[in-house]
Design a protein around this ligand. Structure first.
Ligand SMILES: Nc1ncnc2c1ncn2[C@@H]1O[C@H](COP(=O)(O)OP(=O)(O)OP(=O)(O)O)[C@@H](O)[C@H]1O
Ligand SMILES: [Mg+2]
Length: 268
């Protein structure tokens, strides 16, 4: 795990609609590492995740993000995804009319195929995965996540329960095999059995080839997915970092002591 970091964030400042949210964030993830990011509501965790994925609303006002040595801030969201960044959303959106199977096949083909530019924009260069091969892959991943195969024909997230949406996000991750996966509160809304299934799924996919950033409010998921590092974000910065024991400490002590440390640093 002492490899060069895949993802490097330095001095990141981000504003949303003119309001400064991230205020000098430093962060690194290497392949095979599992990081947990915790912190109070509104501290900027989702802002960080959205910024990594290139959401247009988030303006980077200073700092840099490098992924495999490339300047992420110069890449479009689809390029970031093809390069191997993935995010499971805190609030997945429904896409009525697009089945899970079609959505995933299209996304996988885009991820696999080097893009080509034609007159109208960037398109995948080749036909992509054969339908039969794709069906086998999808079946395997759905089995891993103990999802009913019939779900594949349903429209993406349309009428899904909260927990079903979260599981569909992890299915997406399983099919796309990213190099860095960001899970934004994937554990919220999962029942105890689903939490275990999702955690087992993440563990099966993690390992040496994938770095994971788990954004969560609860220590519970970290019982199943063991983080190497735990970070606490307060007011747009990582205030404190540690090992898994830090998550346990937060569970029992809350965030006030972390905030107090910040005040001590800021008031000379
Ligand atoms: N699109 C937006 N428009 C306006 N304000 C925003 C937007 N996105 C984020 N913010 C503001 O940025 C701050 C940080 O929000 P963010 O969603 O990153 O917090 P969070 O740490 O993910 O919180 P939670 O734990 O509740 O998910 C909040 O004050 C939020 O209102
Ligand atoms: Mg959030």
């Amino acid at each position: 795990m002492s490899q060069t970091p895949e993802l490097v964030v330095r001095g990141l400042h981000v504003a949303v609609e003119g309001k400064s949210i991230l205020k000098g964030l430093d962060f690194e993830v290497a392949r095979g590492e599992v990081h947990a990011l915790m912190g109070p509501n509104g501290s900027g965790k989702s802002t960080f995740a959205n910024t990594l994925m290139g959401h247009p609303r988030y303006q980077v006002t200073a700092g840099e993000i490098l992924f495999k040595g490339r300047n992420v801030l110069e890449m479009q969201p689809d390029e970031r995804s093809r390069a191997g960044l993935f995010m499971a959303f805190q609030y997945p959106v429904a896409i009525p009319g697009v089945s899970i199977a079609n959505f995933l096949r299209t996304a996988l083909n885009a991820r696999l195929a080097p893009p080509e530019t034609n007159g109208t924009g960037t398109v995948p260069a080749r036909r992509g995965i054969a339908p039969k091969e794709f069906r086998a892959l999808l079946r395997e991943k759905m089995a891993l996540l103990r999802m009913d195969e019939a779900v594949a024909t349903r429209y993406l997230n349309d009428g899904f329960s909260g927990g079903e949406k979260k599981r569909a996000e992890i299915l997406q991750m399983a099919v796309l095999k990213p190099e860095i996966a960001i899970l934004d509160e994937t554990d919220s809304g999962l029942d105890i059995d689903a939490l275990r299934v999702v955690a087992d799924g993440v563990n099966a996919l993690a390992g040496p080839d994938m770095g994971v950033l788990i954004i969560t409010h609860y220590q519970r998921i970290l019982n199943y997915i063991k983080p190497h590092f735990v970070h606490v974000m307060v007011d747009g910065r990582i205030q404190i970092s540690g090992g898994p024991e830090l998550a346990l400490e937060l569970e029992s002590r809350g965030y006030d002591w972390v905030r107090e440390q910040q005040e001590e640093v800021e008031t000379p």
